[in-house]
Design a protein around this ligand. Structure first.
Ligand code: AMP
Length: 214
């Protein structure tokens, strides 16, 4: 049987380091060292499987439109993007962290609307609306921790792991918003058309995840 071509979208950095051992257990191994290359698409040991390396925030887009069949992406980005556009069949339980609000240590309650800086604008809007708190939202693309000390915002919504980045910038975590870990997402049409090939990978990955947890 010839296998249909499959493209898997990944991101560099922490997720890549943690996902490659899981992919290896699903018998998928990149043909070269991804972290040493500037290429964006990589062959693997399997002729029909290619790995694409892109920004995390672009993984949902590539998978929604079917340019990638499978993606590995943080739940933070899925909560921000919306999770209707693809299937989310597996929690890889890697790159775990939390989405939190944070503010300057010991800051007095601000007068007027809370100014919140974040790159997670949809998550922040939803969270503060649920709390009944009116906010002024300020979209940033990085270095969120700087915004309060530079007078741009009263609080931020960001990813927290150890909390060291917050502390180093005079901030403390306040409210918990969501647990985050990396998920497998699958294009809806691919799941039908390439079902056997995708199922095989999903089954092997879930076995790898279960074995690691054991
Ligand atoms: P920490 O200082 O350990 O709390 O790490 C916080 C920073 O590391 C965040 O601002 C993120 O940029 C990054 N970070 C930590 N964990 C993750 C993760 N699982 N996924 C993406 N970014 C992360």
């Amino acid at each position: 049987m010839t296998m249909p071509n499959l493209v898997i979208a990944l991101t560099k950095g922490r997720i890549l380091d943690e996902v490659l051992p899981l992919l290896a257990q699903a018998d998928i191994v990149p043909a070269e060292d991804i972290s040493l290359s500037r290429k964006l698409i990589f062959d693997t040991n399997l002729a029909h499987v290619k790995l694409m390396v892109i920004r995390g925030s672009d993984v949902p887009t590539y998978v929604e439109f079917g340019s990638a069949d499978i993606g590995v992406v943080g739940k933070d980005l899925l909560l921000e993007y919306g999770d209707e556009a693809f299937y989310e069949p597996l929690d890889l339980d890697i790159a775990r962290c939390r989405l939190m609000t944070a503010e300057p240590i010991g800051r007095a309650a601000p007068v007027g609307r809370l100014r919140v800086a974040t790159k997670f604008v949809n998550i922040a809007k939803r969270y503060f609306a649920e709390q009944g708190v009116q906010i002024e939202l300020i979209k940033l693309n990085g270095a969120l921790e700087l915004a309060p000390s530079m007078g741009l915002a009263d609080a931020i919504v960001d990813i927290v792991d150890t909390g060291k980045t917050l502390t180093a910038n005079g901030l403390e975590a306040k409210d918990f918003i969501a647990h985050v870990s990396s998920r497998i997402i699958v294009n809806k049409a691919s799941m039908k058309i390439k079902n056997a090939a995708i199922r095989e990978i999903l089954d092997k990955l879930s076995t790898a995840v279960a074995n690691r947890a054991a």
